[in-house]
Design a protein around this ligand. Sequence first.
Ligand code: GLY
Ligand code: MN
Ligand code: MN
Length: 393
Amino acid sequence: MTGERGADGETGTGGGAGTETTVDVHATRRGRAADRLREVDAEGLICFPSRNLRYLTGFTAEPDERHLFLVVPATDHPRDDPVLFVPALYGSQVRSETTVADVRTWADGDDPATAVRDLLAECGLREGRLLVDDTMWATFTQDLRAVAPDATWGLASEALAPLRARKDETELAAMRAAAAAADAAVDDLRALGADAVGMTEAELADRIVDRMEAHGGRGTAFEPIVGAGPNGAKPHHGHGDREIAAGEPVVCDFGTRVDGYPSDQTRTLVFGGDPPAAYAEVHEVVREAQAAAVDAVEPGVPAEAVDRAARAVVENAGYGDAFVHRTGHGVGLDVHEEPYIVAGNDRRLEPGMVFSVEPGIYLDGRFGCRIEDLVVVTEEGCERLNDTDRGWR
Ligand code: GLY
Ligand code: MN
Ligand code: MN
C-alpha cells in the first residue's frame, strides 16, 4: 500500500494548449523560468517528462527509457530559445500540443546521446552551471554528465519551485473544483453511517474513488489512505483488508484531480457507534489545532509560524509526542511541493500559495486522528479550499 508521497493517479494526456490563454500561460512560464535561471547563476535548465515539463509546456508524457528533454537556456544566453528534443514518435504530438517552436526529433536506431551532445554544443550548454529535473532518472543524468563533462549541476527546483508555489487563477480554479469533488465524496462517506461497518478499508477506498469521480474528479491524486482503528495510528497506512468495526475511528485521506491539479484532504470518521472514550477529546484537540493554524495564515508570515500555531495547541493538550509530522505541505501539480509548513522553514507566505493544514495525533496500537484541508493564501489572509464538516460523526 502506498502513502500519498510519490503516488500519482494522473492519467491525463494532452497539454491543453488548445486555447489562446493556455498558449500564453506556458510561454510566459518559460520566460519567467529563463529569468530565474539568471537569478540562480545557472546557464540552462534540462527537464525530462515531469511535472516541471508539464508546467512549462503543457505536455504530459510519462517517463520511459527514450530520451525526451526540454532545454531552456537562461535569459540573454547567446542562443536563448527553448528546444524540445523528443523521440520521433512524439514529434507531431508535441508540435500540436505545445507552443515550443523548436522541436527536434530523433529516431529509434539513432544514438540519442550523440544528438544530445550536439544539441547542447549548439546551445552553448556543455559547460557552466546546468539544472536538471529533480526527478530525472539516473540513466539520463549519467548521459548528460558524459556529454557535458565540464558542466556543473544543480536541481530544477532552485529555479522553478518558487514560480510553481504561487498559483494563478487557472490553477486555483482547477484546485477548487478538485477540492469540491473530494468534499462531496466525504459527505457521501458520512451518509454511509452503519453501512460502512464490515466493509474493508480497501472496499471503502474503492467507494471513495467512485464518489470522487461521480462528483467531477478524474482518478486519484494519490492512493487513498483508509486507516481503521490501530491502522489509523500509522499516518500513511494506505489501505488493506481490515474490516471496519462499529465505533472505531477511520482516518480517510484522499484526493482527486481536475485538469491535472490535485486535492488532498483528510477527515477522521466513526461509523455505526461511539468511539473509544479518549477519542472525542483527541478529535477536538486536532480540530482546534487545525483552526489555530488556519487562523495564522496570512501573507508575510513565515511558514514555520503556521506549524507552531498547530503544534502549540497539541503540545498544550499533552499530545505533543503524538504529532509525528509537519503541519502541512504545498500542493500543486505535485501533491507534495513547496512551501513546506515545518519548523525551520522561515520562508514567508505569499498570495497564491496553496498548502495543506493537517495536524494529527497518533496513538500507537489504538487509533489516529488527522484533519486536513487545503488553503490558499490571499491578500488579506486565506481561503479554505475544503469546507465540509470536520466532525467525526
Ligand atoms: N501527511 C503529512 C505529511 O506528509 O506531511
Ligand atoms: Mn492527505
Ligand atoms: Mn497532505
